[in-house]
Design a protein around this ligand. Structure first.
Ligand code: PSU
Ligand code: MN
Length: 302
């Protein structure tokens, strides 16, 4: 059976000419940021990838079709839509078979990128082990995906709303290389350092590409997490965020927010409580990740 994939003209040309491509997710547009900053950010990061010499492929499911590369009109539709499905590994086939429209998380974007032959993907931060997971069992499917799908995910570490030590433990158990770019500490999304040492460190895009290729050579399944610290000029110190995150989590618990709604709820509350500062930092770090992902995509070709 033919794969239900539809490529934009730009991505079709890049694939035909063997040019470097960077996949981008769409949940960050529909569930991660408010309108209109979500749309502006989507365009900004696509342009960042282009400026870095690669082709952007934003991925989403539109009317049951997996779109690889979105035109501006579709980006606009997604950015303004309410009630778009949030698609992870568990939901992807259901949405496609049912003709639904949905945004892809890190996990689902990795699956689609692999089907499209794209091996580098830029995002903000991955999902991980939530605080209190020992009772809720809330662990993002992103971690499992990194363990099995061969795509390099460039993110600014994992969001500080998560339990970062447990997130790193699961990644280690599942054999996922966690490589921090040009520093020894694992970054915490809005802050450059989580206070936790990164399992691995790389200082060049070429080094990252080489170690990913070596996993293939050694027949090791799975992807790789490249943790790219937020630029210094844009970071929010961890100490400033700590009480804000604690308040947002307490509110989520009090309101019985669960499952897929947890991450979007927390991001929205942190945005409100920091008076928009978290969003500005979020935009800066995604842009920074798009830039590094373009470098890695180019390095993958040499
Ligand atoms: N990072 C952000 N905003 C987001 C997400 C990450 O700054 O909206 C999304 C990503 O799509 C990630 C998802 O894959 O949250 C994780 O959700 P969950 O914890 O429900 O798996
Ligand atoms: Mn979850």
């Amino acid at each position: 059976m033919k794969l239900p994939l539809a490529y934009s003209a730009e991505v079709t040309e890049a694939l035909a000419k063997g040019r470097p491509i960077v996949a981008l997710e769409s949940t960050i547009i529909t569930h991660g940021m408010p309108y209109p900053q979500n749309l502006e950010t989507a365009r900004l990061i696509e342009n960042e990838v282009r400026a870095g010499g690669a082709t952007p492929a934003t991925i989403a499911v539109m009317g049951g079709e997996i779109r690889v590369g979105l035109d501006d009109e579709t980006l606009e539709t997604l950015a303004q839509a309410d009630n778009v499905m949030k698609l992870s590994r568990a939901d992807l086939a259901f949405a496609v078979a049912g003709g639904h429209t949905g945004a892809t998380t890190v996990a689902a974007t990795m699956i689609c990128a692999r089907l499209a032959g794209i091996s580098v993907f830029a995002t903000g931060g991955i999902g991980g082990v939530h605080r209190g997971a020992e009772t809720t069992f809330d662990i993002s499917a992103d971690l499992e995906e990194l363990a099995q799908t061969p795509v390099i995910v460039v993110g600014a570490g994992a969001k500080a709303i998560l339990d970062l030590p447990k997130t790193l433990e699961i990644l280690e158990t599942r054999g996922v290389p966690v490589v921090t770019y040009r520093q020894d500490d694992f970054p915490a999304f809005w802050s450059r350092s989580s206070g936790l040492p990164s399992p691995l460190r790389a200082d060049s895009a070429a080094g990252i590409a080489a170690s990913f290729k070596m996993r293939e050579t050694l027949d090791l399944e799975g992807g790789m997490l490249v943790a790219n610290p937020i630029p210094e000029s844009a970071e929010i110190p961890a100490a400033t965020l700590k009480p804000v995150i604690e308040q947002a989590i307490a509110e989520a618990e009090a309101q019985n927010i669960a499952a897929k709604s947890v991450t979007p709820f927390l991001l929205q509350r942190i945005f409100e409580l920091t008076k928009g500062k978290s969003l500005a930092a979020n935009i800066a770090l995604v842009q920074n990740n798009a830039r590094l992902a373009a470098e890695i995509a180019k390095a993958m070709q040499s």
